[in-house]
Design a protein around this ligand. Structure first.
Ligand code: PEP
Ligand code: MG
Length: 552
């Protein structure tokens, strides 16, 4: 058994199969595509290229090693051109709106499995050939010579580090855990793991040798431990713990449909943070009262090109409809810093977290911003939408945003496209500047949402990505708690409601304080909703001043 120690980034136990993300291996990404016809055309071109290559290989082999040995390339040509195989790929592209690489990968797996299960030895051998022709097709599609592979079922991803764009493009249906050598608890990949509700361990500082690929692994995300090839004893213990967790989750199910109300009758909204429609199942299963943070940049991260207005509209509409009139707060594009997207062609920066990111990009590349706002306002008639803007530092930014919103609304009105003119707008309070002028900003918006992840890094001058700074990055620091108090008071004095959507919102050791401050809403990963409801229902907030003084 090999044991790795790191930091627990997302709690829980997962028992599955090691999938190492090698530097020279590209795991086939599943990407949503908008134009299936164009994708099929791209696949056909790659197929033509493969057929030409195989023909050339056949001719070369014929001259060098004779007909019998060259025949394999003829068989590969026939298989590449096989009607059932190509039809299966094209049908997948069309029916699931997925990229061709992914469709080839899935079809390859299906066909290989079918051949392997045949009795005939000759047919059994064809399984390897299917993999071979599929790799050629994928190479010709992606232009990459790297070995491409699909994820196994119950995959636990082991990687040096994962960027948010890499993480988001993995086939989430197959992933049950993450383990990274680097990374920090507050990086977006850890946040994503928590949103997906899968255990994760980061900062193990140990590279896993390739021979472990495919081995059994157990991730203990609560204690930050990873076991590879676990002994029967450890396995047994972990299964016991896993069952306990399942039982606890089942008990929490009793809280579904119950109010988020304290012993002394104070109510608070409990909303969920999501990255996209694929998280809606978890949102509903955990009985969220709404969505307090839809990180819309994940739509862009999942895509190979700027998502168009129609695709975004469909996505927001789906989320709003699924929430049946409950509040859905979509945060506009927040890229930059650790969330890099190739097609944005952002320059390398010395200090990207302090750089050209989030609203700064939107206010300078207004074409991108307007596309998103048009999609959002079009979707606004399908539910209870709120739009919020990240990384705000000034009143002027809000004026510019409002100016662009006016343009969008008037364009929609002129085109006769319905929208809700009263859609609430809010800002994220995640910079010290926004806290210090929160009295001014609150007059301009309907709500604040306090982003404690960035607020912590900017207030404590400690990069949230850097695991070495964990000891210096105390989110319970009085400076942070006082900042939250200032923002909450200023919001309320100036007619805005206020929520917290950073990771601190789920910290049950602070629930009493947030209630005492009068925070209106807490937005957390779906799996944290019921534990937080339980905490609220056991809390009594009698003397607010006393509680606040205790913490601040
Ligand atoms: C935050 O900064 O607290 C926040 C919620 O936004 P993100 O984590 O996406 O930066
Ligand atoms: Mg933030």
């Amino acid at each position: 058994m090999t044991v790795l120690h790191g930091k627990g980034a997302s709690g829980g136990i997962a028992i599955g199969v090691v999938k190492i993300q090698f530097g020279n291996e590209t795991c086939i990404k599943r990407a949503h595509i908008e134009n299936a016809e164009a994708e099929i055309e791209r696949f056909r071109l790659a197929k033509e290229r493969s057929l030409t290559e195989l023909k050339e290989l056949y001719e070369k082999a014929l001259g060098e090693v004779g007909e019998a040995n060259a025949r394999i390339f003829e068989i590969h040509q026939m298989m590449t051109d096989d009607e059932d195989y190509t039809e299966a790929i094209e049908n997948l592209i069309l029916s699931q709106q997925v990229n061709a690489e992914y469709a080839v990968g899935v079809t390859s797996d299906n066909f290989a499995e079918m051949f392997s299960s045949m009795d005939d030895d000759y047919m059994k051998e064809r399984a390897a050939d299917v993999c071979d022709i599929s790799s050629r097709l994928i190479k010709n599609l992606s232009g990459s010579v790297a070995k491409a592979s699909l994820l196994p079922e119950n995959a636990i991803i082991f990687a040096k580090d994962l960027t948010p764009s890499e993480t988001v493009q993995l086939d989430k249906d197959k992933i049950i855990g993450f383990c990274t050598q680097q990374g920090s608890k507050n990086s977006h990949t850890s946040i994503l793991a928590r949103t997906m509700g899968v255990p994760a361990v980061c900062a193990t500082e140990t590279e896993l040798p390739p021979e472990f690929d495919g081995a059994e692994a157990i991730i203990d995300g609560s204690f930050g431990t990873v076991y590879i090839n676990p002994t029967p004893d450890i396995r047994e213990k972990m299964i016991v713990r896993q069952n306990e967790e399942i039982r606890r989750k089942e008990l929490l199910q009793n809280l579904k449909g119950k109010e988020n109300i304290t012993q002394n009758g104070q109510k608070i909204n409990l909303y969920a943070n999501i990255g996209g429609p694929s998280d809606l199942g978890e949102v509903l299963a955990n009985d969220a009262g709404g969505i307090g943070l839809f990180r819309s940049e994940f739509l862009y991260l999942e895509s190979d090109d700027y998502p168009g207005e129609e695709a975004q509209f469909q996505c927001y509409k789906k989320v709003l409809e699924c929430m049946h009139g409950k509040k859905v707060i979509v945060r506009t594009l927040d890229i930059g810093a650790d969330k890099q997207i190739d097609y944005f062609h952002l320059d390398n920066e010395e200090n990207p977290a302090l750089g050209y990111r989030a609203i700064r990009i939107c206010l300078t590349r207004t074409d991108i911003f307007k596309t998103q706002l048009r999609a959002l306002y079009r979707a606004s008639v399908y539910g209870n939408l709120g739009i919020m803007f990240p990384m705000i530092i000034s009143e002027e930014e809000i004026s510019e945003i409002k100016e662009i919103i006016l343009q969008v609304k008037s364009e929609l009105a002129n085109a006769g496209i319905p929208f809700n003119p009263d859609t609430e707008i809010g800002i994220m309070i995640e910079t010290p500047a926004s806290v210090m002028i929160s009295d001014i900003l609150a007059k301009e918006v309907d709500f604040f949402s306090i982003g404690t992840n960035d607020l912590t890094q900017y207030t404590l001058a400690a990069d949230r990505q850097n695991p070495k700074l964990d000891a210096f990055c105390d989110p319970h620091h009085k400076a942070i708690l006082r900042m939250i108090k200032i923002a909450v008071d200023n919001a309320h004095k100036n007619g805005a409601w206020v929520g917290i959507c950073g990771e601190l919102a789920a910290d049950t050791s602070l629930t009493e304080l947030f209630l005492a401050m009068g925070v209106d809403e807490l937005s957390v990963s779906p799996a944290s909703i019921l534990p937080l409801r339980e905490k609220i229902r056991h809390t009594s907030v009698k003397d607010r001043r006393e509680i606040i003084n205790k913490f601040l």
